[in-house]
Write a protein that binds this ligand. Structure first.
Ligand code: AMP
Length: 197
């Protein structure tokens, strides 16, 4: 198995790059944001509860997203690997993910962290709000709250994987293909090794 975390603040291009990476490397895309939006669309109890947090730009409680990831791992047993997008977003989520993968004799092989300046992030999110239909992209105050949540709770997740030398920072500005090539180069370098020993 090859398990990758695509990491970065809101608007850093995780969703766009994930689509291209899963196609190239035959990975199963697990985006907690997408899973939550699907719960909202189906008007499930979980979705309606999560929406209250998402509309304010706050993180949904850990146990909710960890439960969703646990189910997704169980429901996708025969895949070559996972690309985690938007998860883990807190230190606890990272610890739980490590445990869940360990039970499957696997681990996170690498975290690729996209670096994008704050001005560029806000510009991209405001622009995305014009077409994405996402209510949390439509309001600059909510966008700023999401970036603040990132600095307060999520940025530290990179430290967790840096302790085990599994983080590579990648410049997240430039054209979509330029960024994709940078990410691919890092994966190609790594894939030859067994990183879970
Ligand atoms: P995203 O699509 O990744 O930008 O996520 C949209 C929103 O879903 C976030 O602003 C959070 O409210 C919620 N969310 C997504 N993933 C997580 C996560 N791993 N932990 C907590 N909340 C999450």
């Amino acid at each position: 198995m090859f398990n990758l975390i695509l990491f970065g603040p809101p608007g850093s291009g995780k969703g766009t790059q994930s689509e291209k990476l899963i196609a190239k490397y035959n990975l199963k895309h697990l985006s907690t944001g997408d899973l939550l939006r699907s719960e909202i669309a189906q008007k499930t109890h979980l979705g309606l509860e999560a929406k209250k947090y998402m509309d304010k730009g706050n993180l949904v409680p850990d146990e909710v997203v960890i439960g969703m990831i646990n189910d997704a791992l169980d429901n996708n047993r025969d895949v070559e690997g996972f690309l985690f997008d938007g998860f883990p977003r807190t230190a606890l989520q990272a610890e739980e993910l490590d445990e869940l993968l360990k039970k499957k004799n696997s681990c996170i092989d690498i975290m690729l962290a996209l670096n994008v300046s704050e001005d560029e992030l806000i510009k991209r999110l405001v622009k995305r709000g014009e077409t994405s239909g996402r209510s949390d992209d439509n309001n600059e105050q909510v966008i700023r709250a999401r970036i603040m949540e990132y600095h307060k709770k999520t940025a530290t997740v990179a430290d967790h994987y840096q302790k085990v030398h599994k983080v590579i920072f990648v410049k997240g500005e430039g054209s979509i293909d330029e960024i994709f090539n940078r990410l691919s180069e890092e994966i190609d370098r790594l894939k030859l090794n067994d990183n879970c020993l």
